[in-house]
Ligand binder design. Sequence first.
Ligand code: MN
Length: 371
Amino acid sequence: MTELQLETTIVDLPTTREHAFATSTLRQRSLVIVQLRSEGLIGIGEGVVPGPWWAGESAETMKLVIDKLLAPSLSELSALAPRAGLAAMHRAVSGNHFAKAAVEMALWDLTGKRFGCSIADLLGGACRTDIPITWSISAAVEDDCTSALAEAEQRAGEGFGAFKFKMGALAVDDDIAYVTQVREKLADVATIVVDPNGAWDEPTALRALRELAANGVRIAEQPVPRWNVSALARLRQSLDMIVMADESAQSSHDMADLLRRDAVTAVSVKLPKAAGLLQAAAMADIAIAGGIAVYGGTTMESSIGAAASAQLYSVWPTLLGCELVGPLLLREEVVTEPICYRAGRLQVPSGPGLGIDLDDDKLRFYARADV
Ligand code: MN
């Protein structure tokens, strides 16, 4: 039995702007902050979802599952570490990957602090100290693209060399026109990604992506629903662009299946959808072994989750792209020093564990009152 104390706090953070997806719009960021105390150290983690539409989890479900099911499962361990902790959580409850990832993150932070080294060092050491970031443009919910145009130009001026357009909220022809209009303002060298979050059926995806590829879009992320791997495989054969899985790749088993079916050329890896860093790393290893490019995805993290993801993404020898923009879309955070960006590149924190510290006053200020 291990002496541990696990505390969860829901915080609601104000954002710089709304961020629309195909089916829903993010207006504030609700996170579950995990503090895991053991042997005089505190490991921190973050539970974060783009919205309940993504995997059925929300800040409220994550807090409940962590408090009632995951925290008790850890108290039976003889030593607190990510691998044993994840196994204990899987024994206690099925699914709930985003909640498990929050606790696993705190276990990694705790382990790094115990050994006085970063999570990247625990993984064998980083291949890079900074990561070029793909800027994410909110999905269009109306035809007017004035503000998206201004934002894209501003971020290109700051040094961002890759852009991702969320799609799927408008009728498809209006959506294509919108993306094309903004894309024309960006330099030809910019890498362009589109992500309709599975909003299109196969014929719509084929038609839209042919047109978008001709307009300079290089990567198509999850054009069809997550279950339709056969359609992904056909699109990959038909299109002159990179076809990338996101929702279709949530585990090592998904990754192996995508590989067997030759369904994609790239995969977006994210810690939360894979129940944490260990399984995200395993997914990436399978992808790399099969010649599939890995891309560092986002679930709209704060600096805590972005630091955890950046620690993993920094150890891969090659990286197709990375979209850890979450902290840049927050007006306030609950950490002492938010993650640092310079000229469109994220600086990977080098301190022990995540390399990020909580600000207790801000945590109290932004803590949700009614839970
Ligand atoms: Mn996606």
